[in-house]
Design a protein around this ligand. Structure first.
Ligand SMILES: Cc1cc2nc3c(=O)[nH]c(=O)nc-3n(C[C@H](O)[C@H](O)[C@H](O)COP(=O)(O)OP(=O)(O)OC[C@H]3O[C@@H](n4cnc5c(N)ncnc54)[C@H](O)[C@@H]3O)c2cc1C
Ligand SMILES: NC(=O)c1ccc[n+]([C@@H]2O[C@H](COP(=O)([O-])OP(=O)(O)OC[C@H]3O[C@@H](n4cnc5c(N)ncnc54)[C@H](OP(=O)(O)O)[C@@H]3O)[C@@H](O)[C@H]2O)c1
Length: 264
């Protein structure tokens, strides 16, 4: 089976100068919420340029609630959504930002990645902490049924530079309505003071206790599993704060209470 399938752009939504969402129809293998696949374009010389991107949409019925994806494609193209940051000099992200409905690109046929809910012990709180586009795998998770079946509470901490970078608010608001009292959304904005959001960086707010004060309860290795995604500095510093507080790093072989994925 080819590593690549053809993808067709259905929509390209620009949120800010640097942030956009791509909807792509492609027949990829079933995936788990939290996984990523590669997006690729061909250069003029025919060479392929690819990078990994987290899938933001929840899996469709064919593979959605499976604990492990089945091998092979579904034979039913599905619409996958991705949330991207375009760096001004970023070769691939700039090309992707210019795609229009009807344009083609290549999509990795087999989504992959270990930032999923598999092998994680059921506990009271699932706490998802992201910066920027690192929120994508978590939006996939909270749009699926799995976290709501397995955890009492789900917390999403979403850190950005400015309020305008805080995307997907209507979707997050609708989840809060769908799961009253079970979903806590904590926006963190570093470069503006905004009412209703914490100001600063996630690791510092975690270390000072301000984040838990906003939540109204303490996160501990006994009552929470924490997932981190996005900026490598945020991931590293938050993991250090948490391991100092008794959390251990999770792997399928050695279950712990902190999982993470750094984007660069
Ligand atoms: C598992 C995984 C999932 C990802 N999911 C997403 C996603 O959902 N959305 C998203 O926007 N991005 C995601 N990324 C990042 C993405 O793969 C690319 O790195 C990003 O789009 C930049 O690619 P580019 O070709 O445009 O830029 P490049 O030309 O590769 O780089 C442009 C600039 O970006 C920075 N940069 C990019 N990659 C690195 C790196 N490895 N180390 C240091 N600096 C780097 C540098 O400042 C560099 O100058 C993910 C990465 C991983 C590993
Ligand atoms: N988003 C991506 O996928 C991506 C991919 C490739 C490259 N980049 C790089 O990221 C830059 C802009 O991306 P962005 O605005 O989406 O994300 P970002 O710079 O990671 O900023 C998002 C949030 O993370 C915070 N942050 C940054 N470094 C941190 C650290 N060490 N510890 C804790 N928090 C930290 C920022 O706070 P501050 O405002 O205090 O910095 C901000 O609130 C570009 O210059 C580009 O090179 C991003």
């Amino acid at each position: 089976m080819s590593k690549w399938v053809n993808g067709v752009v259905v929509a390209n939504t620009h949120w800010t100068e640097n942030l956009f969402s791509l909807r792509i129809e492609a027949d990829v293998a079933p995936f788990l919420p939290g996984q990523y696949t590669e997006l690729a374009i061909r250069r003029e010389d025919g060479s392929r340029h690819s990078q990994p991107y987290s899938i933001l949409s929840a899996p469709t019925a064919s593979g959605s609630q499976a604990l492990e994806p089945k091998a092979g494609k579904t034979g039913n193209p599905q619409t996958l959504e991705f949330f991207l940051y375009t760096h001004l000099e970023g070769e691939l992200s700039c090309e992707l930002s210019r795609l229009k409905p009807g344009d083609s690109l290549e999509v990795g046929a087999e989504p992959a990645g270990t930032l999923t809910l598999s092998h994680i012990k059921d506990t009271a709180t699932l706490c998802l902490m992201a910066t920027g586009t690192g929120v994508a795998p978590f939006i996939s998770m909270i749009q699926s049924d799995t976290p709501w079946q397995r955890f009492d509470n789900v917390v999403l901490v979403y850190g950005v530079r400015e309020e305008a970078d805080l995307c997907y608010r209507p979707l997050l608001d609708s989840l809060a309505e769908q799961y009253p009292g079970r979903f806590s959304f904590v926006p963190v904005i570093s470069r503006e003071a905004v009412t209703g959001a914490l100001r600063g960086r996630i690791p510092a707010l975690l270390d000072s206790g301000e984040l838990e004060q906003a939540l109204g309860w303490q996160l501990s290795a006994e009552n929470a599993h924490i997932m981190l995604c996005g900026n490598p500095g945020m991931v590293q510093d938050s993991a250090a704060v948490l391991t100092d507080r008794g959390f251990s790093v999770h792997s399928p072989e050695h279950p712990g209470q902190v999982s993470f994925e750094a984007y660069w």
